[in-house]
Ligand binder design. Structure first.
Ligand SMILES: Nc1ncnc2c1ncn2[C@@H]1O[C@H](COP(=O)(O)OP(=O)(O)O)[C@@H](O)[C@H]1O
Ligand SMILES: [Mg+2]
Length: 503
């Protein structure tokens, strides 16, 4: 890139939060035209903070931002958008009751572009993007009808309509299956060919290596290093992200001990039918003994989410039977299952797992509510402090509102709480998806230890096959609603599991 002028320059940016948290400490980097940059760093490294500064959500304590070599000061997102910088976050910012076209029009109106010309512009751009990725975007659809992926797609489309020169994705693809993430990568490549730039925050180093021209790594609020695609390797990136701690990353099977010969969860001939009448779970049989960790492998959308939701009472079984500790819990509802001591880590925890306006302590205290409405606050506080320490939740203290935590830290709070709650069983969907590799290993170790020491049954599903093999005693595979298995995780062949996932 040599002598070319950067599109965006970040110079000596620092930002602290109350309680002495230094989120950013004199960070500088550049983004050039027509490149894809991956921004990596462990949970709490400061990635979202820098992105929010570039989007006018936070104001830096010191340092400057330059766009096209001119100093830029952003007081709100509109300022950033006018300079050609647009962010897409994890949570879609669309208005549900409007149509897709109406949502897109709002964006254009912000820039003072409205009327007929904007409608035809929206249609034109949507058609182009749809062609690029082979995915139709129905502009007349009510936004609430869209899937999460489609909403994120609309967000990107909106960024392009706003004439973005730099699109920033802050873990916007974290909750999408690989196949759908790839569609977005195709969009970013096309955007790049037209001179557009992207700053992509992800936890998947392998994907960063595939898509990024350069990789920028933050560690504990400082710039840890910048690598070109040619220089970068998984090891080098991990070293920059975690330093010494990188040694903790492992994908070897965790040691296990034989489960008890007692049933914890059984699923017999379970059928779940979705709103379109499809059998998303089609005659599933699964058994989890006390002390056993059972992992369900499968491509996203194979029915594993609905199966887990049926077990915890969040979706209805059309037929079949589910038991927990020998009791029939089929269609008895979520409160009933919960009272049996079943913890649950949901699909998209930021939306379904916490109340983000409340503090960490208040979110934790939900555990103590039990049957009475009385909350044992002192116990709750002790436990909260302990969990925050054990998982290194980065926050000022337990009174911090959940919404100011980074995504990974929120995940740690939920995992900690649900593990604590799991007196008989833990049901989890992608339990480490939003976590960095070191924290993910820690969480898997804690889950395994809990199963071994307290003999709880664990039933989890994950799209990450490494995770399934590392954590499970027993593996099942789900494909198009059907369940294959059980397989002993120690002797199961990876190729066979992979084959069952996609056949
Ligand atoms: N609004 C805020 N108030 C207090 N602390 C915050 C706020 N936003 C971020 N932090 C803290 O700043 C640090 C960096 O957070 P963040 O930039 O979200 O990390 P990342 O996105 O890399 O996971 C974390 O310790 C986080 O808890
Ligand atoms: Mg973040």
């Amino acid at each position: 890139m040599g002598s070319e002028k950067p599109l965006v320059s970040v110079r000596n940016i620092s930002k602290s939060f109350p309680g002495g948290i230094v989120a950013l400490d004199k960070v500088s980097f550049d983004v050039y035209r027509g490149e894809i940059v991956a921004l990596l760093g462990e949970n709490g490294a400061g990635k979202s903070t820098i992105v929010k500064i570039l989007y006018g959500i936070y104001f830096p304590d010191e340092g400057e931002v330059y766009v096209d070599s001119r100093k830029a000061v952003f007081y709100n997102p509109l300022d950033a958008i006018r300079s050609g910088i647009v962010m897409v976050s994890q949570i879609p910012q669309l208005i549900d009751r409007l149509t897709v076209r109406e949502n897109l029009a709002i964006g254009l109106r912000l820039l003072g572009l409205s009327g007929l010309s904007s409608t035809s512009r929206i249609d034109e751009k949507a058609r182009k993007v749809s062609e690029e990725i082979g995915m139709r975007i129905d502009l007349n659809a009510k936004t609430w009808r869209l899937t999460y992926t489609q909403k994120q797609m609309v967000e990107i489309l909106r960024a392009f309509l706003l004439n973005a020169k730099l699109v920033m994705l802050d873990e916007a693809l974290t909750y999408l299956p690989l196949e759908e993430r790839r569609r977005f990568y195709v969009i970013l490549e096309a955007f790049k060919k037209n001179g557009g730039s992207s700053l992509v925050i992800t936890h998947k180093i392998t994907e960063a290596l595939e898509i990024a021209d350069r990789i920028i790594v933050l560690r504990r609020g400082r710039l840890s290093g910048v690598l070109s695609r040619e220089e970068a390797s998984i090891e080098k990136v991990r070293e920059l992200m975690f330093g010494e701690e990188a040694g903790k990353i492992t994908y070897e099977r965790l040691p296990s001990s034989p489960p008890l010969d007692q049933q914890c969860i059984t699923v017999e001939d379970l059928v779940v039918v979705d709103e379109y009448g499809r059998r998303v779970v089609d005659g599933a049989r699964i058994s989890v003994r006390k002390g056993e960790v059972v992992g369900i492998a499968g491509v996203a959308g194979s029915g594993q989410k609905e199966l887990l939701q049926a077990v915890v009472g969040l979706v209805k079984a059309s037929s079949g039977r589910i038991t927990v500790l020998g009791r029939d819990v089929t269609n008895k509802g979520v409160d009933h299952v919960r009272r049996l001591g079943v913890g649950y880590i949901p699909d998209i925890p930021l939306r379904h797992g916490v109340s983000s306006d409340n503090t960490i302590l208040e979110n934790m205290a939900a555990l103590f509510q039990r049957d009475k409405m009385l909350i044992e606050w002192e116990k709750a506080r002790e436990l909260t402090v302990e969990i925050m320490k054990r998982y290194q939740v980065l926050a000022r203290n337990e009174e911090t509102p959940v919404k100011v935590l980074s995504g990974g830290n929120i995940m740690k709070v939920i995992v900690g709480r649900e593990l604590e709650y799991s007196r008989s069983a833990l049901v989890a969907y992608n339990p480490t998806r939003a976590l960095d590799e070191v924290t993910a290993v820690t969480v898997r170790r804690v889950i395994k230890a809990k199963a071994i020491n307290e003999k709880i049954g664990v039933l989890f599903a994950s799209e990450d096959l490494d995770e399934v093999f590392q954590l499970s005693d027993t593996i099942y595979v789900m494909n198009s609603g059907r369940v294959y298995g059980p397989f002993n995780a120690e002797t199961a062949r990876r190729e066979e599991i992979e084959h069952l996932m996609v056949m």
